[in-house]
Design a protein around this ligand. Structure first.
Ligand code: C2E
Ligand code: MG
Ligand code: MG
Length: 734
């Protein structure tokens, strides 16, 4: 009943960890992306620079071609060697125009016959300095010369040489790096012819000096460009291209400050992106924490609400609702355990006096202390509850007679002792009523009533005592038993009789009668069916009583041809499986027409929407009975039942009639019901009409059928005979 909130697994730390993992994961992915970006940029830059160097070398070779592949060069360097021409057009020209630092002319046997250094003629022995690079290039030129053969040496007149025989490479010389190129002397327009198969070869050397490097850097937009010879160590962290000579040997490394678009992006966007990411994670964690807090508060407030609903706010003890629930539960367990339980009702004797003299706060403190004392004397499995004011109750389960007496004695004794309050000690005393229950058939209300009766007796006897319940105390039970016996006898003797109350229509007068059972008790006089019908229902006499009423009504119906007779049917009767067959048996036995009878049922029958009840009502309708809905408006969901059940008539409860002219609601209700009934094709009758004013208001509301003392009280059948015999039965009409 009072459930503890289920412990949910706390996901806060996993959520925090997850948020951090997401931040870390995204950051790692970002960094990887950045470095991958930079690596790709470096690779691209490297291949651009390498291609640039290659292009530059080709350009350099071409600069030499311009002077060497020329008819004049054939004439002055091959046909007849002209040292002055060589100095002016090779040494000086190439230095001044293109900054070839060294230039050499090799004869057909590859022997240097001319050298120039920075534009001036120099000793041909200078060529030995280039012994590590030039000969292999010259050899390549010679191989190409041999491949092309004689035809190449003598181009046809007017045909421009488009493919000079040249080779170039990088070489390390004198601790510096040079672009070396070797070019065979050739005619450009075929106006001069080489003397032999082998042409002179011009070798040039251009240093990759600071000026060259800066020019290159400017062209390729490189920063911090350096040329390193002899070591690759400077490559670390830089963009670089390694240079090799024509034999594949390493000669130098060109380095530059690489472009890092990824890192630049990271520098610009990294911190803001990280901030956004952290912010988002913090938001997620915060939202989760809020949601968790809200959920916790909800659970706590639900638990609080549940606790409040079942506990007394002042003492924290179970309240009446929880007490009744536990008592019901304990009673249900009785047949299983086979034992007994004891229920105590306690009342603080002088509570009212103390509350009145010292005020409510002292009264409250006293109630709390008394509750604590009671709880301290009971076992954990027992229930101590505060029912109201100074009224407490205890369930001891399981219980023996000795244990029950023992607890009762300890309770009265403990509460007889002075109780220390803030205003000082007070003597209060307590009366206790106890009942020991081993009969599983009793309900919680019966048991509590027994304990209450015992408490009443203990107060009567002398305060500060305890009393155990004795069956004799239960006067009501006794009276009920007596009534039950008398009713059984009355049924057997046939002393119950039927009164009939007229039902009238404001135009046509008497239209029907309601059969109401009457019992004149030999000792107690007239007893209302409102009293004895429930007794009959409880002791199982109702079936017999109901059939008795029907038999009498069927019998009397013969007296008034065509008058409709309403008979009340109890809910318990309708729950009998063979009710319809019993009634139909009686119908054929008495030879009556069911269409003249209206069975009045109350809403209680329909509650629960039992399919069997529904089927039974349908069967009764099929046999011709009319069905009226008695005491309409006092139950629940009445309107929806109107649609679902095969009802002919609605009887507006007397309480609405009585309230006509007293409350507007009653009038509004009647108007609404009349309208709805009309829409559903049902007729409406108002009961309990006592005054002309009520009658007029009902008529104004559209209700034309009525029943009540205004027209006639329930009367013996003979009186109805008289009314029915009147020439004009409209005597009762308005
Ligand atoms: P009910 O079926 O609602 O019957 C109407 C009750 O209102 C009757 O009370 C009737 O005497 C009373 N009454 C009629 N007109 C007026 C009026 O103008 N003013 C006032 N104040 N009361 C009026 P009664 O006869 O005491 O019956 C009480 C209830 O007992 C009935 O209520 C019905 O539920 C039940 N009952 C009566 N006879 C039988 C029966 O034969 N079988 C079953 N199962 N129940 C019956
Ligand atoms: Mg009735
Ligand atoms: Mg009624």
């Amino acid at each position: 009943m009072v459930r503890g909130a289920a412990r949910k697994k706390d996901l806060f730390w996993p959520v925090v960890l997850l948020a951090f993992a997401v931040v870390a994961g995204v950051a790692c992915a970002g960094l990887t992306l950045v470095s991958e970006f930079d690596r790709a940029a470096a690779r691209r830059e490297q291949s651009v620079v390498a291609n640039g160097i290659r292009g530059r070398m080709n350009e350099v070779a071409h600069l030499t071609d311009l002077e060497v592949v020329w008819d004049d060069a054939v004439r002055h360097l091959d046909n007849r060697f002209d040292a002055d021409w060589a100095r002016d057009n090779i040494g000086t020209f190439l230095w001044q125009n293109s900054r070839f630092e060294d230039s050499f002319i090799l004869a057909a046997d590859d022997h240097p016959i001319f050298a120039a250094y920075r534009g001036h003629a120099a000793d041909a022995g200078l060529y030995t300095l280039f012994a590590d690079g030039a000969p292999s290039l010259v050899a390549a030129v010679r191989r190409e010369e041999a491949r092309r053969g004689a035809a190449a040496a003598r181009p046809r007149l007017g045909e421009l040489v488009t493919d000079p025989n040249t080779a170039s490479a990088l070489a390390a010389v004198k601790g510096a790096i040079f672009i070396l190129s070797a070019t065979a002397v050739e005619s450009d327009f075929g106006k001069a012819v080489l003397r032999g198969r082998r042409a002179p070869v011009v070798v040039t050397a251009m240093p990759l000096d600071r000026r060259f490097i800066e020019g290159f850097a400017q062209r390729f937009l490189l920063d911090d460009v350096h040329l390193h010879t002899g070591s690759q160590a400077a490559r670390q962290g830089m963009g670089y291209v390694d240079f090799h000579n024509d034999r594949g040997q390493y000669v130098a490394t060109l380095t530059w400050a690489p472009q890092t678009p990824g890192r630049t992006l990271l520098r610009r966007m990294g911190v803001p992106a990280l901030c956004v990411l952290m912010g988002l994670s913090a938001c997620i964690v915060w939202l989760y924490a809020r949601a968790r807090q809200a959920a916790r508060e909800l659970v706590a407030s639900e638990a609080r609400a549940t606790h409040l609903a079942y506990h007394d706010g002042l003492t924290g003890l179970p309240n009446r609702a929880l007490f009744q629930d536990r008592l019901g539960h304990a009673l249900k367990q009785l047949p299983r355990t086979g034992g007994a339980l004891a229920v105590y009702c306690l009342d603080l004797d002088r509570f009212k006096a103390i509350n009145d003299t010292h005020g409510h706060h002292v009264g409250d403190e006293l109630i709390q202390k008394a509750g604590r004392i009671m709880a301290s004397l009971c076992r954990a499995q027992d229930t101590v509850a505060r029912l109201s004011g100074d009224e407490f109750a205890i369930i001891m389960s399981p219980a023996t007679a000795a244990a029950a007496v023992n607890l009762a004695a300890r309770l009265t004794e403990a509460l007889r002792a002075p109780i220390a309050l803030q205003v000082g000690s007070v003597f209060i005393g307590c009366s206790v009523g106890v009942t020991i229950v081993s009969d599983a058939g009793l309900g919680a209300a019966d048991v509590l009533r027994q304990a209450d009766l015992a408490l009443y007796c203990s107060k009567e006897a002398a305060r500060g005592q305890f009393c155990f319940f004795q069956p004799e105390m239960d006067v009501a039970v006794q009276m009920r038993r007596a009534l039950e016996a008398d009713l059984r006898a009355a049924l057997a003797e046939g002393t119950l009789w039927m009164a009939y109350q007229p039902q009238v229509n404001n135009r046509t007068g008497l239209t029907g009668v309601e059969a109401l059972m009457r019992w004149r008790h030999p000792g107690r006089g007239d007893i209302s069916p409102a009293v004895f019908v429930p007794v009959a229902e409880e002791c199982g006499l109702i079936v017999e009583l109901g059939m008795y009423a029907l038999r009498r009504a069927f019998e009397d119906s013969r007296r008034w041809k065509s008058l409709r007779i309403a008979v009340n049917i109890s809910a318990k009767q309708l729950r009998m499986k063979n009710f319809v067959s019993q009634v139909m048996g009686l119908v054929s036995e008495m030879g009556v027409d069911p269409r003249r009878f209206e069975l009045e049922i109350t809403e209680g029958i329909l509650l629960g929407d039992d399919p069997d009840t529904h089927a039974m009502l349908c069967a009764l309708r099929e046999h011709g009975f009319e069905l009226a809905f008695d005491d309409f408006g006092t139950g629940y969901s009445s309107l929806s039942y109107l649609r679902r059940y095969p009802i002919n008539r609605v009887k507006i409860d007397q309480s609405f009639t009585a309230n006509l002219g007293v409350s507007d609601d009653a009038e509004a209700f009647i108007v609404a019901i009349v309208r709805l009934a009309r829409a559903l094709g049902l007729s409406v009758i108002a009961e309990g009409v006592e005054t002309v004013a009520q009658q007029q208001r009902l008529m104004a509301a559209g209700c034309t059928d009525m029943q009540g003392y205004l027209f006639s009280r329930p009367v013996p059948a003979a009186e109805i005979d008289r009314l029915w015999a009147e020439p004009r039965r409209t005597i009762l009409a308005a």
